[in-house]
Write a protein that binds this ligand. Sequence first.
Ligand SMILES: Nc1ncnc2c1ncn2[C@@H]1O[C@H](COP(=O)(O)OP(=O)(O)OP(=O)(O)O)[C@@H](O)[C@H]1O
Length: 180
Amino acid sequence: MSQIIFLHGASSSGKSMIARALQHRIDEPFWHVSIDHLRDAGVLPLIRYRRGDFDWQSDRAKIFDGFHKSLAAYATAGNNLILEHILDTPRWAEELQVLFRPHDVLFVAVQCPVAVLVERERDRGDRPQGSAERDQATIHLDRRYDLEVNSVDDVDANVRAILQAWHSGLRRSEFSQTLA
Ligand SMILES: Nc1ncnc2c1ncn2[C@@H]1O[C@H](COP(=O)(O)OP(=O)(O)OP(=O)(O)O)[C@@H](O)[C@H]1O
C-alpha cells in the first residue's frame, strides 16, 4: 500500500506551492505529480491542439484516463504521491476512488477566497481568466475531505496541518470508503 496525499483545489488556489513545500518537508520520498507537469514538459502537443491541428475535446477523455491510470500504476509500484488535481469532470472522483482503492489516501481541500483567486489568476496571466472562480464555485460540491486548508494561511502552517493529518492515520473522506 502506498501513500497518496491528494491536494484538491481550484486553479490558482495554491496547490503547487503547498505540494512543493510538503515534498520538501515530509519524511519519506513522495512524487509530486500534476497534469501540469506533463504540459510543462512538452509531453502533450498543446500548441497543435491550440492551433486546431488536433481536436482537444475528442482527445481529452483518453488523455486524462491515461493520466489517472498512470497515477495508480506509480502507486501500485510502491511510490508515494503528492497529487495535485482538479476534479472538474463528472465521474473522475469515482474513477480515482476505484483506482486508488489499494492505497492510503489523504484527501485535502485547498480552499481560497474567490477575490484572492481572481487576483492571483490575473497576476500570473498564464491561465484562462475566470477558470479559478468557476472551479471554486463547483469542484468542492459533494466532496468529503479528510482536511481543508486555506491557502491564504501560511504555507508552512498548512504543511504542518497536512503532516499532522497524515500521521494521525484518521481517514474519513470519500476515498477511505473504498480502502481494501
Ligand atoms: N499562499 C500564497 N500566498 C501568495 N501567493 C500564493 C500563495 N499560494 C499560491 N500563490 C500564488 O498563486 C499562484 C498560483 O499558485 P499555484 O501554482 O501554487 O496554484 P495551483 O493551485 O497549483 O494552480 P493551477 O491548478 O492553476 O496550476 C502563483 O503565482 C503563486 O505564487
